[in-house]
Design a protein. Structure first.
Length: 201
């Protein structure tokens, strides 16, 4: 009986977060009201407030969920003995978007909200910090395998990969839906860049 009750609670929480994600992605955090979330979720105020006392609590929960999904997608890749190269690595983004389709539209709102919401800023810094730790280990593996020059700090490369992923998500919003293969192809092209002999020192 307890297990069924827990499943019911989780289903309600999911229903609220899905409704809130749709509203926030469409109207932004400040353009959306709790009434909007109530209408979208189809639940009463009492039911919603039982799980989330404020919009800010929903925003933090959604950001935590997205960051957890991102980390879960990349953990097995980073743990592999011979990890994928960056151009294949980014295909993990497809798995995240298929699981959390609201994520690309929601993330820019999360990024701007961190300027005024200290709790959310902390959640984002910690979540992205854990992701960078994974990618830093991945880059160190590239260097150990001789796939990458070893005089570049792995953390710097990890932050550049993160910047590419974040920038591509923003481009999807500005330019419309785009397959992640665009990012993969771009990285593959950059990885083949060679300096002309006449310019080499």
């Amino acid at each position: 009986m307890a297990r069924v009750s827990q499943e019911h609670l989780e289903a309600r929480r999911r229903q609220i977060l899905d409704g809130a994600a749709r509203v926030f992605a469409r109207d932004g955090f400040h353009g959306a009201s709790m009434q909007d979330v109530l209408r979208e979720s189809g639940l009463s105020a009492g039911a919603v407030y039982r799980y989330f006392p404020s919009k800010e609590a929903m925003i933090t929960a959604l950001a935590t969920e997205v960051l957890g999904a991102v980390r879960a997608a990349f953990e097995p890749i980073a743990a592999a003995e011979r990890p994928n190269l960056p151009d294949d690595l980014v295909h993990a983004l497809d798995r995240i978007w298929s699981t959390l389709p609201y994520a690309p539209a929601l993330l820019p709102h999360v990024w701007t909200e961190t300027l005024r919401n200290e709790e959310l800023s902390t959640v984002l810094q910690e979540g992205l910090g854990r992701l960078l730790d994974l990618w830093e280990g991945l880059v160190a593996g590239y260097q150990r395998n001789g796939w990458m020059r070893d005089d570049v700090p792995p953390r710097d490369v990890a932050r550049t990969l993160l910047a590419c992923a974040q920038g591509f998500m923003l481009q999807r919003i500005i330019f419309g839906e785009a397959d992640v293969s665009i990012l993969a192809n771009g990285l593959r092209g950059l990885m083949t860049l060679r300096q002309p002999e006449s310019m080499e020192s």
